[in-house]
Design a protein around this ligand. Structure first.
Ligand code: FES
Ligand SMILES: [Fe+2]
Length: 436
């Protein structure tokens, strides 16, 4: 019997703070995730700034399914399965671009940027009128919706609207991406790399793991890339919000804006822009709510993640690739109204820190790969992982942030409350209890 049909609730016990290592290595559980989670969740596709003109497109994945996301000649954004209706070839191999059509490299069936099949070689001679082109367009993802320029797709035609999926988490999403009156833009194209670890390992890290920062990234602190060295002075209770499908970000500054965690500062020379953002948030919401600026990291279930340190922001997706591997797609995100030289400096800082060869990303890539390597052995996989940090110490969002209107709940800064809640959520999808 596949392990996916046994008692998943026995493997994952968020209330106790334990997770069986089978969830990282078992093929049956992984297949179940693709079916139960990735065909029913809102999955991040891209940002409208990447698809500004008709014909603009990018390619990505929804679970393991490759998709093309394109703004058609009619101005509408669609997501379509990147699989030729003839015999399955991936139709588009480019990361991004602008085109009026997609031509399959195998036998040259051609599709418009709205997905219709428009060209078939030897159409009259070979198919003698029996092929109805209208029936053989690219398969369209039934739901594509946008929040603040962030495009998400869902294979489930009956899914709740994206805004409902994000729920009260929208407030924290706005605090990360909506601080600039003009919004954000994606700069510098996509970075892609693969890591030999299950997709949930980096997802747990982004959910958000403040516990590892002072240790895993100690060298980055020593050379001044990230806050001061050690964690002295960072014991002030900050916290994390989780609600709906969003996890994090923490309130990582005190009411005056001073950082309460190294992740809150990168010692950049652009603090006046950050101070202006914090002032805008204080004016729009409250002084307490501006504690969430900057926010550290967080994610949206299942595999969309973000990081927010001072003015530096990135978003990424952990695409699953079998139980033992995932591919990251990551972009640098900047506030639109910043001066061009600041945007460029932020892009370079992003590359130096969290790009594929960035100092901090190298630290974490090794963490993720080595966790997987030690858990996949026949003995290692029989064990449980421990998510007990801060167990029983959860507080409401209002208590954490100090603003009665702050939604959600979370743990202190030394807490795996978000990870426990994430697995509760995972379990409800895997056992079919999730609401639609
Ligand atoms: S597989 Fe695409 S044209 Fe044949
Ligand atoms: Fe890290």
């Amino acid at each position: 019997m596949s392990i996916a049909t046994t008692d998943l609730a026995g493997l994952v016990q968020p209330a106790k703070g334990t997770v069986s290592r089978q969830v990282y290595v078992d093929q049956g559980i992984y297949d179940h995730e693709l079916e139960r989670i990735f065909t029913r969740s809102w999955l991040f596709l891209g940002h409208t700034s990447q698809l500004a003109q008709p014909g603009d497109f990018l390619t990505t994945y929804m679970g393991e399914d490759p998709v093309i996301v394109a703004r058609g000649k009619d101005g509408q954004v669609r997501a379509m399965l990147n699989s030729c209706r003839h015999r399955g070839m991936r139709v588009c191999r480019s990361d991004e671009g602008n085109t009026s059509f997609f031509r399959c490299p195998y036998h040259a069936w051609t599709y418009s940027n709205t997905g219709e099949l428009t060209g078939v070689p030897k159409f009259r001679l070979g198919y003698g009128g029996v092929l109805d082109k209208k029936e053989w367009g690219l398969l369209e993802v039934p739901r594509v919706e946008e929040y603040g320029g962030f495009l998400f797709g869902n294979w489930d035609a009956g899914a709740v609207p994206l805004t409902e999926w994000l729920g009260d988490f929208r407030l924290y999403f706005d605090l990360v991406f909506g601080r600039d009156p003009e919004g954000v833009e994606f700069v510098g194209g996509v970075h892609k790399w693969s890591v030999r670890s299950n997709w949930k390992i980096p997802t747990e890290n982004f959910a958000c793991d403040m516990y590892h920062v002072a240790h895993s990234h100690a060298r980055s602190m020593e050379i001044g890339l990230l806050g001061p060295s050690g964690d002295d002075g960072y014991e002030i209770a900050a916290g994390m919000g989780f609600l709906g499908n969003g996890f994090g970000p923490p309130a990582s500054a005190d009411a005056e804006g001073a950082p309460v965690h190294p992740m809150a500062t990168m010692a950049t020379p652009y603090s006046e822009h950050l101070a202006a953002q914090r002032a805008r948030v204080a004016e729009r919401y409250s002084q307490e709510m501006s504690r969430v600026v900057p926010g550290g990291h967080g994610n949206v279930f299942p595999n969309f993640a973000f990081l927010d340190i001072e003015l530096l922001r990135l978003v990424r997706v952990h695409h699953p690739e079998g139980p033992g591997s995932h591919t990251v797609h990551q972009w640098c995100v900047v506030d639109k109204s910043l001066p061009a030289e600041v945007k460029d400096a932020l892009r370079r800082q992003y590359t130096l820190t969290f790009g594929p060869s960035g100092m901090l990303e190298q630290d974490d890539g090794e963490n993720f790969r080595e966790c997987q390597a030690s858990m996949r052995g026949v003995i290692g996989r029989r064990m449980e992982n421990n998510l007990m940090l801060g167990l029983g110490q959860d507080r409401t969002g209002a208590e954490i942030v100090g603003d009665g209107d702050a939604p959600g709940a979370g743990g202190g800064i030394w807490s795996e409350a978000n990870q426990r809640r994430w697995y509760e959520h995972w379990l409800s999808f895997m056992t079919g209890q999730v609401r639609r």
